[in-house]
Design a binder for this molecule. Structure first.
Ligand SMILES: [Mg+2]
Length: 308
């Protein structure tokens, strides 16, 4: 591990990271009935390697989580069709959060007695939080004359492939936006400040992702996390603890809203500042770091099961 990498991990944690003993305490494995757990995880740079987009080192841990009945909720800036492909590959059947908290999609009939805000959409039960894509594109269209930027819709598939390293199929999936537009900023930083203020007048915000800026409205990974915890709590009728994992600024709110936040270091950028006193640090970037934290925690969860 390089000195630079270490300083990056240290600089951005406001709270001192905790060890596994404190973590299992926070997650309710002390005395008394054991709560149930949900894992909510970012994809790129967290569960998926930021270069080849695979989860290989984490696969055995994902199987342990499935055996333990712990849902793994994928929560990402990716689109629904992109996440569907990842779920298929990982054999994941749990609810998922798309486009930075634009919506939660849950398998039909998973939650009973849904509050009225949930709706049926394309074979899922969905909670829509974000502004529809067409509305966002319309606002961006009004700013095109004054600022230099490109949205996904303005970039053809070939160029998008070169920019992201995605395959043709994956680039096409990335363009199926429903709640937000990733943009490439080609103007100055002063212009970006003005652009951000203009978007705010329309209830839209700009978030920095790994490669792009993301323009959306109402999308909220933290609110999505809280809504899901509530639904699972109703379903299971027992206390529920959430472990969230992420690597970048657009995960910060979600990590702050979890019972335990797991920061996965990145080789590209510094870690987000997370307002959560219960933070664990993964020792490595990507799925290897992910598995290094979650693996031992699941073992403790299953041991507790056996003891109980
Ligand atoms: Mg990420």
């Amino acid at each position: 591990m390089t000195a630079n990498f270490m300083s990056m991990t240290r600089a951005s944690t406001r709270y001192p990271p905790i060890g596994i003993e404190r973590a299992v305490d926070v997650l309710g494995l002390g005395a008394g009935p054991r709560p149930r757990w949900i894992v909510v995880t970012d994809l790129d740079g967290t569960l998926l390697d930021s270069q080849d987009y695979t989860a290989t080192p984490a696969l055995p841990v994902l199987r342990s989580l499935a055996r333990a009945g712990i849902p793994v909720v994928l929560s990402t800036s990716k689109t629904r069709v992109e996440v569907e492909a990842v779920r298929e590959e990982l054999d994941n059947r749990d609810p998922f959060i798309v486009e930075n908290g634009g919506a939660i999609f849950a398998p039909e009939r998973l939650f009973e007695d849904l509050p009225s805000k949930w709706e049926c959409r394309d074979g899922y039960t969905a909670l829509i939080l974000g502004t529809p894509y067409a509305d966002i594109r319309a606002v961006l269209g009004t700013l095109r004359e004054r600022y230099r930027f490109e949205g996904f819709a303005d970039i053809d598939e070939d160029r998008l492939r070169r920019m992201t390293g995605l395959s043709a199929r994956d680039a096409a999936r990335a363009r199926c936006r429903e709640f937000g537009e990733p943009i490439v900023w080609r103007d100055g930083s002063g212009a970006l400040t003005k652009f951000t203020a203009k978007l705010a007048e329309h209830g839209l915000t700009v978030k920095r992702g790994g490669r792009f800026l993301h323009v959306d409205g109402g999308s909220d990974k933290a609110r999505a996390l809280r809504s899901l915890r509530e639904e699972y709590q109703n379903l299971w009728r027992c206390p529920t603890r959430v472990i969230a994992l992420g690597d970048s600024d657009n995960d910060a709110a979600m990590l702050s809203a979890a019972d335990l936040a797991v920061l996965v270091p990145s080789t590209f950028h510094s870690m987000p500042v997370v307002e959560n006193p219960s933070i664990m640090l993964a020792a490595e970037p990507g799925p290897a770091g992910w598995a290094g934290v979650i693996g031992p925690l699941v073992e403790r969860y299953l041991e507790h099961d056996a003891d109980g």
